[in-house]
Design a protein around this ligand. Structure first.
Ligand code: TRP
Length: 326
C-alpha cells in the first residue's frame, strides 16, 4: 500500500526556538516513517509581511540546519523551497480563480495578522496567502497537514479550492485534513502566551548552556512566590511547563517542592536549565557540524528540490490535461 502523504511547511525566519520543536518539528519527525513527508520552506510566503528579502537565504540555511540538527531526515523526506519550484506559483494562479475575495477576507488568521502587525492596507498577495499555501499542499497531493490551531482555516480553504477544482475540471486533488499537534505551544519566557523571536522571549535550539541559564533566570514565575519558602503554584508557573516537557520524570517532585516552599525558584530554574541543556547538547553538536559543512546543507536542499520538482511537474501535467491546456 502506498503511504499517505504529509506536507509540512514553515516560513524561513532564521534560527528556530524550542517552541518550534515542541509545536512542530517533534511531530514532523515522528510522522516521517508512517507517511511520505515533504518539508516545504515557504520562502515566498515571507513576502506577505516583509519585503526585505536580503536575509531570506541565510534564514533558510539557518532553519534547515535546525531541521537537520533535530533529526528530520532529508533522505526520507525532501526539503525544498517554494521559490525554486515554479509549479507553486503556476498552481497558485489557477487556484486564485477558484476563490472569492470576500472568502479570503473572512479568513481569521489574516484578520489576526492585520491587527497584530498594524497593517493598514493589505496587499493582494497577503490576502492570497492561503491560496499559495493551498498550492503548496495540493501540488504534492498532501493528505494531511500538521499544523497548529491558527493554520486550520488555511487547510479549510485548501479543501474548498480542491473541491472546486475537482468539480470544475476533473478529479485531480485529494482534500487534505489538518493534523493538530497535541502539545501545541510553549509560552514565552516573559509569560506571553506565544514564544516568538519578535517578542524576544525565546530559548533557541542553538543557545549554549550559559545562555539557557541566563535566559531562564529571567523567566517569569508565580508572582505570589517571592521568597524561597513561600508556597508557589506550579499550575500557573511557566517554568513548570518547561519541566513538564523536558523533565517529565521529576515533575511530581518539582510540583511538591514548589507548593511546600521547600524548592526555591532559583533552584527550580537551575534544574530546568540543566534538563533543557541535556536535550540541546546533541543538537548543538550537529549544528556545529553543519555550520562547518554548508555545502552539504546546500546539496541536501538541491536534492530535495529535484525530487520535489519531479512530483510538482507530474501534478501540473495532470492539471493542464484536465483543463485542456496543451
Ligand atoms: N503558513 C504556514 C505557517 O506560517 C507555513 C506554510 C506555508 C505551510 N505553506 C504551507 C504549512 C503548507 C503547511 C503546509 O506556519
Amino acid at each position: 500500500m502506498t503511504k499517505k502523504r504529509i506536507l509540512s511547511g514553515m516560513r524561513p525566519t532564521g534560527k528556530l526556538h524550542i517552541g518550534h520543536y515542541v509545536g512542530a518539528l517533534e511531530n514532523w519527525i515522528k510522522l516521517e516513517d508512517e507517511y511520505q513527508s515533504f518539508h516545504l520552506i515557504a520562502d515566498y510566503h515571507v513576502l506577505t509581511t516583509n519585503l526585505d528579502t536580503s536575509s531570506v537565504y541565510q534564514n533558510t540555511i539557518e532553519m534547515v540546519i535546525d531541521w537537520l540538527s533535530c533529526g528530520l531526515d532529508p533522505v526520507k523526506s525532501p526539503f525544498f523551497r517554494q521559490s525554486q519550484i515554479k509549479e507553486h506559483t503556476e498552481l497558485y494562479l489557477i487556484l486564485s480563480m477558484l476563490i472569492t475575495k470576500s472568502r479570503l477576507e473572512r479568513n481569521p488568521t489574516i484578520k489576526d495578522q492585520i491587527r497584530e502587525l498594524n497593517i493598514e492596507q493589505v496587499t493582494y498577495g497577503h490576502l492570497g496567502y492561503p491560496v499559495l499555501q493551498s498550492a503548496d499542499i495540493l501540488l504534492y497531493k498532501g493528505d494531511l497537514v500538521p499544523v497548529g490551531e491558527d493554520q486550520v482555516p488555511h487547510v479549510e480553504i485548501t479543501r474548498e479550492v480542491a473541491r472546486k477544482f475537482n468539480q470544475q475540471f476533473g478529479e485531480v486533488f485529494p482534500e487534505p485534513s489538518p493534523k493538530l499537534t497535541k502539545f501545541a505551544r510553549l509560552s514565552g519566557l516573559d509569560g506571553n502566551a506565544k514564544m516568538s523571536k519578535s517578542l524576544n522571549n525565546t530559548l533557541l535550539l542553538s543557545d549554549d548552556p550559559d545562555t539557557v541559564i541566563k535566559k531562564m533566570k529571567k523567566a517569569k514565575t508565580d508572582p505570589q512566590k517571592v521568597r524561597r519558602n513561600d508556597p508557589g503554584r506550579p499550575e500557573i508557573c511557566l517554568v513548570y511547563t518547561f519541566h513538564e516537557k523536558f523533565n517529565e520524570e521529576n515533575t511530581a517532585e518539582i510540583a511538591e517542592g514548589c507548593r511546600s516552599g521547600a524548592l526555591g525558584c532559583v533552584d527550580c530554574k537551575m534544574q530546568c536549565s540543566a534538563k533543557i541543556n541535556e536535550f540541546l547538547s546533541p543538537l548543538i553538536e550537529k549544528r556545529n557540524y553543519f555550520e562547518n559543512h554548508i555545502a552539504e546543507v546546500e546539496e541536501i536542499i538541491a536534492d530535495g528540490e529535484n525530487r520535489g520538482k519531479a512530483i510538482a511537474m507530474a501534478t501540473m501535467e495532470e492539471v493542464h490535461a484536465v483543463m485542456k491546456f496543451g
